[in-house]
Design a protein around this ligand. Structure first.
Ligand SMILES: C[S@@+](CC[C@H](N)C(=O)[O-])C[C@H]1O[C@@H](n2cnc3c(N)ncnc32)[C@H](O)[C@@H]1O
Length: 423
């Protein structure tokens, strides 16, 4: 049941502290810009004053450091005010961001309102998942070891090692994190249990694309050579970043490819050297690092197998792109997107509409920007796995099944692909 909070006043001020107490209750402590005293504002969904969506929107808008404006009223539960020396409000109105907090460093939050004496360092224990209890002072602070800084400073109960001890602690922490990541991402269905490094993903993807879409690529190159179109390509490499995939396709295998990427990135010489070396390892079938100083290898690396350079279009794949580059879109045989962020679903939808093959490797979902995406079961699409399912559930109008496969590299490695049965 929805419950309204009668507006008493509007506060404009900086969020000095934000605390989420549980998934339906958070509060902020705000410093008004008109110099009136700091106060506390509750936001909650358990009393029906906010729905889950508005609760999340308010939480996001109330980022510490941000200057916000919000209408507030007396708390629904009057006991919230009891025993507090500062004013407590509640709000169920939309929060406007007046000045966003854009600093790369996290905002250093104030101590809780009403706490005048700084907290003393009191020895505390934590319990590990196996039940073992350890004192915090025997463990290294994860903020310190990650960023070499900790906002609690002297008051932090964990260790802040320096110099050599810091380096050792960091190596240990990175190893531990990698081990935990492997445990957390373990997937018994994935046939690649000892995967290649993430840095090789573009070249591994190209290998897979060449094998999987051999017929489409062959036909695409043939059509390309025959076509008089002013804008043409064989592969549309959407959200291609620097264009690694397209470069390998073109200079490695003679397949014309167009990179659609809004951000223009620098392509330094070392980038080409790294790519050429990667290609070499694939050409020679050696994943081990050869002796790059050897004269023979250096001569081999001076040229690329083919002379086809990719084209770059520094723009988004969106409806306007489809209008502006209709000729190009109709000329290509394959749409690809490796970790293509917000472009993943547009790639799939454009390819399906045009009846062209596609292969995407989904990663981030951006569910907040795409709240209408739902599975047939009614679930919202909020995880990569759900996004994969969402793509697989798309209607191919009887032109073949959308499939998935695992690629042999660390990180998000499920490729979702479609080969229209037109051939
Ligand atoms: C995580 S990066 C991946 C880059 C590259 N594919 C790789 O794997 O290294 C995602 C890229 O998607 C681009 N991008 C986001 N939305 C896009 C869109 N609608 N059309 C084209 N590119 C987009 C971003 O600019 C960014 O470079």
């Amino acid at each position: 049941m929805s419950m309204d909070i009668k507006t008493v006043c509007t506060i404009t001020g900086q969020v000095r502290r934000r605390r989420k107490l549980c998934k339906f209750l958070f509060f902020v402590e705000i410093q008004p810009t008109d110099n009136s005293p700091n106060s506390q504002i509750f936001f909650r969904s358990d009393d029906g004053s906010l729905d889950d969506f508005s609760f999340q929107e308010s939480l996001r808008a109330c980022r510490p450091g941000q200057v916000i404006q919000v209408q507030v009223g007396e708390p629904h539960n009057p006991t919230e005010q009891q025993g507090k020396s500062y004013k407590v409000w509640q709000s169920n109105k939309p929060v406007s961001i007046i000045v966003p907090y854009t600093d790369r460093e996290a905002f250093l939050q104030d101590p809780p309102l009403g706490s005048t004496i700084p907290k003393k360092k009191v020895e505390k224990n934590i319990e590990l998942s196996n039940g073992v209890k350890l004192s915090k002072s025997s463990l290294v602070c994860k903020y310190w070891v990650n960023k070499n800084t900790c906002e609690r400073g002297e008051l932090c109960l964990f260790q802040h090692p320096v110099d050599e001890q810091f380096e050792q602690a960091r190596i240990q922490w990175l190893e531990e994190r990698e081990k935990n990541r492997k445990i957390a991402t373990y997937n018994p269905d994935d046939p690649h249990q000892s995967k290649k490094p993430h840095g090789l993903r573009a070249i591994i993807f190209v290998e897979w694309v060449r094998k999987t879409f051999a017929k489409e690529l062959e036909k695409g190159v043939h059509n390309y050579n025959e076509s008089n179109a002013s804008e043409k390509s064989v592969v549309l490499d959407v959200a291609g970043g620097k264009g690694e995939i397209s470069y390998v396709l073109g200079r490695g295998f003679g397949i014309p490819s167009t990179v659609v990427e809004p951000v223009k990135r620098k392509l330094p010489n070392y980038w080409f050297t790294r790519l050429r070396r990667l290609m070499y390892r694939f050409e020679t079938g050696t994943m081990e690092q050869p002796d790059w100083k050897s004269k023979e290898i250096q001569v081999d690396l001076m040229t690329w197998p083919c002379n086809v350079t990719p084209t770059y279009l520094h723009t988004l794949l969106d409806d306007q792109f489809l209008l502006d580059h209709a000729e190009l879109v109709s000329s290509v045989s394959l749409f690809i997107g490796l970790h293509a962020d917000q472009a993943t679903i547009p790639i799939v939808e454009t390819a399906l509409k045009a009846g062209k093959a596609f292969a995407v490797v989904p990663c981030c979902v951006f569910s907040h920007d795409n709240r209408t995406r739902q599975l047939k079961s009614g679930e919202l699409v909020t995880t990569t796995e759900q996004q994969i399912q969402y793509i697989c559930e798309k209607d191919t109008q009887g032109r073949g099944t959308i499939k998935t496969a695992y690629l042999d590299f660390e990180g998000k490695n499920v490729v979702v692909y479609w080969i229209p049965n037109l051939f």
